[in-house]
Design a protein around this ligand. Structure first.
Ligand code: NDP
Length: 332
């Protein structure tokens, strides 16, 4: 794969300019370009510039509103609904999180239900923001079906990611963010593009047989959940929280509605915040630190999120797939 070095500000400009060119206003383009740049900065490459052609396709087809103005409604004192105005999810998240942080600081627990948005990004952006504000963050979203429930050969679940972030007073938060499929479809697509194999059992081909060929999984095949029926139960929970509770589309409904333009389908997101200060009490940080000390003292263990936070220390350029840059430039 040929790569080109791009400074982070150039990555931002590339994303921002192409989004503006296709109808985003400043507020929408800034929100998405920031999310994309942070993904490249942290080495979340399947959710960085790689997603731009899809974002553009959904603006071109008018599926997504590039001038969205999401708004918050308090359903109860600590449950907030964000009406996403059919824009990209990073915009609705930016509008929703400040109220979620405030209400969680007041009541100990807060829930944000995001509706009518198009989610194409990693979830650590939102959970980590909560943790940076000394709150625990949990987020999940459903997507169009590409994953078979345990026992099935046909998709019903999305890759349904879930993220959890734990705040640390003098350190970067502990954050996991993972698809409930064996791999995220973005990673499978990147592997197919770069000609790499994926672990055998990642998914089934269109005949329903296990394969290690990512292009057979991405084109007419199906992914499996991690951990067999256990991952399947978590993927089901995510459908119920992000669609059933939020009141937005289940994965199968998102598929029925989507125009298949290659951009993100419409759907919802469930975000929950908890205040350790109010719930556990003053000593919460020291107590959790003693646990992390135990954990990291075991040989071979590293905390989730550490890889990204380490990547973040590098302020230099990032190596970006050259043909991807050419493709994005051709859209400007
Ligand atoms: P990975 O399998 O790469 O990583 C999952 C988590 O495990 C990360 O938090 C990672 O931390 C952590 N981790 C990995 N290796 C170790 C290790 N050895 N020890 C401890 N922790 C470890 O992620 P996925 O491929 O499952 O998902 C990638 C992204 O795709 C996610 O950000 C997800 O939100 C996104 N996604 C978005 C969708 C959407 O619709 N918007 C749909 C599906 C996925 P670290 O980052 O530090 O490596």
């Amino acid at each position: 794969m040929n790569t080109t070095s791009l400074e982070l500000n150039k990555i931002y400009d590339l994303a921002y300019n192409v989004l503006k060119k296709h109808g985003c206003d400043d507020f929408n383009a800034e929100s998405v370009a920031t999310t994309v740049t942070h993904a490249e900065r942290d080495g979340s490459v399947s959710h960085g510039l790689f997603r731009i052609p899809g974002y553009v396709a959904s603006l071109k087809s008018k599926k997504v509103n590039g001038v969205s103005r999401p708004s918050n409604t308090f359903l109860t004192q600590n449950a907030i609904r964000v009406e996403g105005d059919y824009g990209f999810a990073p915009v609705a998240i930016k509008v929703g999180l400040p109220d979620l942080i405030q209400t969680t600081n007041n009541h100990g627990v807060g829930v944000l239900t995001i509706t009518n948005t198009h989610h194409f990004a990693a979830l650590w952006h939102e959970t980590e923001t909560l943790a940076e504000n000394n709150l625990i963050g949990i987020a999940c979203t459903a997507y169009k079906p590409s994953v078979a429930p345990a026992g099935a050969k046909k998709p019903l679940f999305g890759t349904n990611p879930i993220s959890f972030a734990w705040p640390r007073k003098n350190n970067t938060p502990v954050v996991y963010d993972m698809a409930t499929s064996t791999m995220a479809m973005g990673e499978v697509q990147v592997a197919a593009r770069d000609g790499h194999k994926v672990p055998y059992g990642t998914g089934l081909n269109k005949e329903g047989e296990k394969t290690d060929d990512p292009s057979q999984i991405a084109n007419g095949g199906v992914l499996l959940t991690f951990g067999d029926y256990k991952g399947s139960a978590i993927a089901m929970m995510i459908e119920l929280l992000a669609a059933g509770l939020v009141g937005d589309l289940f994965s199968f409904e998102a598929k029925e509605e989507d125009n298949n333009d290659g951009g993100p389908a419409r759907g919802g997101e469930f975000i929950m915040a908890l205040s350790p200060e109010l719930i556990a009490g003053k000593n919460w940080n020291e107590h959790a630190e003693s646990f992390f000390e135990q954990m990291t003292s075991l040989e071979g263990v590293r905390l989730p999120g550490a890889r990204r936070h380490n990547n973040r220390k590098n302020k230099g350029p990032r190596e970006i797939n050259t043909s991807l840059i050419e493709k994005i430039n051709s859209l400007i």
